[in-house]
Design a protein around this ligand. Structure first.
Ligand SMILES: [Zn+2]
Length: 454
């Protein structure tokens, strides 16, 4: 257990010194300081190195003693639907089409409202903080409520207002889906921690003109378009029968890839489409656990990496995972490709740790700000309790992070220079209250299901 040495209460102040633990920087030279320190001034990393070079305690506002800890950049979840935490375990063990059309969409139509999104995002945020995620990309309905929750939680996020061409809980008439999206962008100009954007559900759930208009809006605002892409074989068949082309070719022809695009899944990608993704600078959110659970397939991630296509890790929503623990997602990401290609050398531990940190930063367009512990980057930092039986002995830090650690090992979390969890105590919201609010939502849904609403 990490014992804090605090000079003042842990609230934002000018300088914080984290010292004593192993510092895993994930910087370009992959520096590791076995006994190191990180000095933070306001929201920024001011200096970093071995503990002998650390400034004296008396010269800083606060000291966090990280002895027996591993200090590393916060994890980055490149694809989720946070509020779906309210639907965790509602319907499991089903194919995506059945799961979505017979369970998730009908329940969402009936129960998703601003309160659902607000409370669900707060719950998901607590789970993310507890498991070391400091930044995430989200797409859902009533996204302004997600923004309200995220600003309370103190997390960093890209929040995409969902756009579909059928009635949704927040836009009953889809003719107004883009108007609603534009209003959302106007109401929430980007702040230091929250970047609003648009999330077009998919090439099959949005009409061509909707996709093109959303692309234009995103380009006009200089923001990335979020979308699900080539997730299942059924999606490919649907697109082939409707438009005579694959979803990638459909988006390419429409010009929807002409701008920043963060595409989730990307499983059913042909060899020639790899060139399209590369040429159009598409960035991929890889969600292996969701893909496995829905038996969607295996994304050609080793090929993406060979092509230099940026890849980050995502959990997808809680209803198809069923947790938001990126450390366990790392374990799956490392193993699924070894199995699928019968090659144990694929997706080695270091590659996967980078994917969950600096790779995620690149996918979200935040490479210059976060994803590694380097001078002048934002102080998004986590500390894991490293003195534990399942992490002993240590031959390789990356190996333990991927194959042995889990989200439960995270002790302290800092975002933008502010400590938001310390010694596993969430400091920004009342965790018990949030759990109780989401329990109430769950009870309502259970009652509805008893009345045959699925
Ligand atoms: Zn998704």
């Amino acid at each position: 257990m990490l014992v804090p040495v605090m000079k003042k209460p842990l609230t934002k102040s000018n300088t914080i010194l984290i010292k004593g633990g192993v510092v895993l920087t994930i910087n370009p030279s992959e520096d590791i300081f076995p006994a190191g320190y990180v000095l933070i001034e306001d929201d920024t990393i001011k200096s970093i190195g071995t503990i002998t070079e650390a400034p004296p305690d008396g010269t800083v506002d606060k000291v966090i003693d990280a002895r027996d800890g591993l200090i590393m950049p916060g994890l980055i979840n490149t694809h989720t639907h946070a509020a779906m935490a309210c639907l965790r375990g509602l319907a499991d063990d089903l194919p995506l089409e059945t799961w979505l059309n017979d369970y998730i969409f009908p329940v969402e139509a009936h129960y998703v409202n601003p309160e659902f999104v607000y409370q669900g995002t707060r719950l998901a945020g607590i789970e993310m903080i507890r498991s070391g995620t400091t930044c995430f990309a989200d797409g859902y309905f009533f996204e302004a409520e997600a923004a309200r929750a995220v600003s309370q939680l103190g997390l960093r996020a890209i929040l995409g207002q969902g756009i579909l061409d059928f009635p949704t809980p927040d836009v009953p008439n889809p003719d107004f889906n883009l108007k609603n999206g534009k209003n959302y962008l106007e109401r929430f100009p980007a702040s230091p921690l929250i970047a609003p954007t648009l999330f077009c559900h998919s090439a099959y759930a949005c009409k061509p003109e909707t996709l093109q208009e959303a692309r234009k809006v995103c380009n006009d605002h200089g923001i990335p378009l979020l979308i699900h892409l080539a997730e299942t074989e059924a999606e490919i068949m649907k697109m082939m029968s409707r438009y005579g082309v694959s979803p990638v070719k459909h988006l390419l022809t429409l010009g929807v890839l002409d701008g920043e695009t963060i595409a989730a899944h990307c499983l059913w990608i042909s060899p020639e489409e790899l060139f399209v993704l590369k040429a159009k600078k598409v960035r991929v959110a890889h969600c292996p656990e969701s893909n496995m659970k829905l038996a969607s397939g295996v994304a050609p991630v080793p090929d993406f990496l060979k092509f230099g296509i940026p890849v980050g890790l995502g959990t997808d929503g809680c209803a198809s995972n069923n947790n938001l623990d990126l450390l366990s997602e790392m374990d799956t990401a490392a193993k699924i490709h070894k199995l699928a290609r019968k090659d144990p050398s694929l997706m080695d531990a270091k590659t996967v740790v980078k994917m969950a940190t600096i790779g995620g930063a690149e996918v979200l367009g935040l490479y210059d700000k976060i994803g590694s512990l380097e001078l002048r980057k934002k102080a998004d930092i986590i500390i894991l309790d490293w003195k534990q039986p399942h992490l002993t002995p240590v031959y390789n830090y990356y190996s333990h992070l991927v194959y042995s650690a889990s989200g439960h090992d995270v002790r302290t979390v800092m975002v933008d220079g502010t400590v938001i969890m310390h010694n596993q105590q969430i400091l920004t919201v009342n965790e018990k209250e949030v759990i109780s609010e989401v329990e109430k939502i769950g009870e309502e849904i259970k009652k509805g299901r008893l009345n045959n609403l699925r």
